[in-house]
Design a protein around this ligand. Sequence first.
Ligand code: HEC
Ligand code: HEC
Length: 149
Amino acid sequence: MKNKTRNLVVAFLATVSLGISLGVQAADAVQSLRGRDVSGQELDPGKYTVEKDHAPAAREYVQQPPLIPHKIDGYSITTNFNKCMDCHSWTRYRETGATKVSLTHFKDRDGKELSNISPRRYFCNQCHVPQTDAQPLVENTFKKAEGLR
Ligand code: HEC
Ligand code: HEC
């Protein structure tokens, strides 16, 4: 009985110290996807301020999903309702002043034309995003596509 209790205590202590050392390791070395040490940099998206509404931004390459030039707080997209389409659909864009969704957004994956927004283009935020004041975590040498400079 006594032995059993001792073994339990030892196992418990081992688990705790393993937990602590793993925790310390994780906190010591936060790495970017490219393997750079980015410890100490703020990674919580909630800490950043979303840009103020502005005119549509210039694109960097021809097939770029345009950035969202306005706030999207509370614009929800559910199975039954898509707030973005409230302004961006072909039936609403004239009254709202929004750009109508691209013609390409009506094609299914086999290239067949549909009469409504394609399911693969339904979740707008998969591709279209607003910008924040976050600084790049790593150096970036990307240049605008030649035809758009
Ligand atoms: C209340 C109306 C409204 C809603 C809702 C709305 N938008 Fe917009 N959106 C606009 C207007 C107006 C513009 C600016 C058009 C202009 O100034 O040329 C715009 C611009 C854009 C652009 C830039 C287009 C370009 O050519 O650069 C994108 C992308 C966009 N919105 C995506 C979205 C997405 C995604 C959602 C949903 C999360 C959304 N919008 C919800 C009104 C709206
Ligand atoms: C899978 C990625 C993807 C999704 C999802 C998507 N888009 Fe796009 N969107 C793009 C790309 C790429 C372009 C630019 C090339 C093109 O027109 O197809 C674009 C272009 C646009 C444009 C500019 C059209 C123009 O005439 O210049 C608007 C507005 C837009 N999308 C709105 C939306 C809205 C609203 C949704 C959701 C209902 C949505 N997109 C979903 C990728 C996407």
